[in-house]
Design a protein around this ligand. Structure first.
Ligand SMILES: Cc1cc2nc3c(=O)[nH]c(=O)nc-3n(C[C@H](O)[C@H](O)[C@H](O)COP(=O)(O)O)c2cc1C
Length: 488
């Protein structure tokens, strides 16, 4: 007799952290005295001051990566773009949005052969737009080995390394923080991908790496902080045709359920890759409800690149209120074409995990499009109606009754078939899906702003409510919602 394997750790984590009415009501009061700083303190460390920051607006000529281009790229990835004073404190807002403004992502950069910056691993210190020299030396051989000799590694002279400092977000969101830490980090890398071409650079995401190796290079304590995503910065003329190989981690099905508050390092660790991982193969993926009508083909007119993107990132803020006003179908098409640039970029710049994440549009007010729920097919740049009817009130409920959910013109919902994903990729699928949803979320944010609209991520939603709004069964996990509309 064969026994059916139990659910993986990521499936159990997901179930343990869904928002229900009871879970949300149970939320405890925040202890502001215990809130961690969003910035690291490095004692007696040497720093490299960077150019290309807040007071240095113009785009440099596109060209080879140098200290100035790297500075500008870091600023438009995760720099401080607004300081707001509150009674007794000032708060730094960054180029990238963050759930609750908690900024759990820490951004390191490994460098070799860039004049003015020593070879080594440095931490981006956003408040004064500098790099803190953490470890000087040549780490490239180790980095290449730990990234399974990704084809971009021998061409790159800088590698972004994004880690998650869990407690910055867990302080408020407890175990569910892990999802937001991943989404936030996806947004940070989304900026890096968007900003790089204006400098003649490309950001090539490297989601597959030997976790223990990279964590130990950075001397991280994986209970507190772990590496989430890497990306090589490659001169545009030098981008390899090929991406890295997609690898599977184990699927952890045997460990005991941790205590509340102890999930994050455990579920993250379950997705770690060891040096001898193998490529994943594909089980049957449930792609959600059937289409009810012929698809709608969308407008694909591209948005401006270059300086326009940098300007948008610098002035970007999450929309706090929408007018309940419609957008046009033409604008929706352009926005999606910008966020999912299929075919327009080399294979090496593919999303985190091709074919993993599904995209739905919950449409409340788009002229030229019936209200309802649509599946977006990026390859064909088409929308397929899967559910007719006005979703406005249901979406509002799903978004924990946040007004943004009621007033937006539409929301983009990223989902994935969690059990098939774990079967194919092991527990690492969980982080890949959330990183990708965050990365695309930032592309949506920037595109919306470039077109004169507004956007806000929504990390707080009733999971089951979103599943039933779209018509998805329990195998499907909702990773993220981005609301888009006409700002007030
Ligand atoms: C993953 C993620 C989840 C978010 N969830 C919400 C949300 O549920 N409700 C909301 O009003 N804003 C949400 N936001 C927006 C943040 O509140 C906002 O980014 C933060 O306050 C910083 O402000 P800024 O984006 O204007 O710089 C989210 C942002 C991210 C990246």
């Amino acid at each position: 007799m064969t026994s059916t394997p139990g659910p993986s750790l990521s499936e159990r984590y997901h179930a343990a952290t869904i928002y229900t009415h009871e879970a949300v009501q149970k939320a405890t009061r925040l202890d502001f005295d215990a809130q961690p700083s969003p910035f690291k303190t490095w004692y007696q460390a040497r720093r490299v001051e960077l150019r290309g920051g807040p007071s240095d607006g113009g785009a440099p000529e596109p060209g080879r990566l140098d200290a100035e281009r790297l500075g500008r790229l870091l600023y438009h990835t995760y720099g401080v773009t607004l300081v707001r004073e509150f009674p007794g404190m000032s708060m730094c807002f960054r180029a990238s949005p963050s759930a609750g403004g908690l900024y759990p992502t820490e951004l390191y950069v490994a460098v070799r052969g860039i004049d003015g910056i020593p070879d080594g691993i440095l931490d981006y210190h956003a408040p004064d737009h500098s790099l803190v020299i953490c470890w000087e030396g040549d780490f490239w051989r180790d980095l290449a080995r730990y990234t399974f000799d990704h084809p971009a590694m021998d061409r790159a002279r800088a590698v972004l390394i994004g880690t998650g400092v869990y407690q910055r977000s867990a302080w408020r969101y407890r175990d569910r923080a892990y999802r937001r830490v991943l989404l936030d980090t996806g947004h940070v890398f989304g900026n890096a991908v968007l900003a790089a071409p204006s400098m003649g650079q490309r950001t090539v995401p490297i989601p597959h790496f030997v976790d223990e190796g990279i964590n130990s290079l950075l001397l991280l304590d994986p209970e507190q902080e772990s590496t989430l995503l890497l990306a090589a910065l490659v001169d545009e003329v030098d981008v390899p045709a090929e991406g890295g190989t997609s690898l599977r981690s184990a699927a952890e099905r045997s460990v005991d359920e941790p205590d509340e508050g102890a999930w994050i390092p455990l579920v993250h660790g379950a997705g770690n890759l060891a040096a001898e991982e193998v490529a994943g193969d594909g089980p049957v993926v449930d792609r959600g409800p059937a289409a009810r009508e012929a698809p709608v083909t969308l407008n694909a007119e591209p948005l401006a690149g270059g300086q326009a993107v940098l300007d948008t990132i610098r002035r970007r803020r999450s929309t706090r209120r929408f007018q309940a006003a419609p957008m046009t179908l033409g604008a929706v098409g352009r926005l999606l074409a910008h966020a999912y640039p299929n075919g327009a970029t080399p294979e090496a710049e593919a999303p985190i995990e091709p074919g993993l994440v599904d995209t739905y549009l919950v449409v409340s007010a788009v002229t030229g499009l019936r209200v309802g729920v649509y599946r977006y097919r990026p390859g064909a740049h088409e929308l397929e109606l899967v559910r007719a009817g006005n979703p406005r009130s249901a979406l509002y409920e799903c978004c924990l009754r946040q007004q943004l959910g009621f007033d937006c013109a539409f929301a983009v919902v990223h989902t994935f078939d969690l059990s098939a994903a774990v079967e194919r990729l092991g527990d690492r699928a969980y982080r890949s899906a959330h990183l990708e949803a965050g990365l695309v979320g930032q592309r949506l944010n920037v595109a919306a702003l470039q077109l004169g609209f507004g956007a806000s991520g929504i990390g707080g939603f009733f999971d089951d409510c979103v599943n039933s709004l779209i018509g998805l069964g329990p195998r499907h996990a909702v990773a993220y919602i981005t609301t888009i509309g006409v700002p007030e």
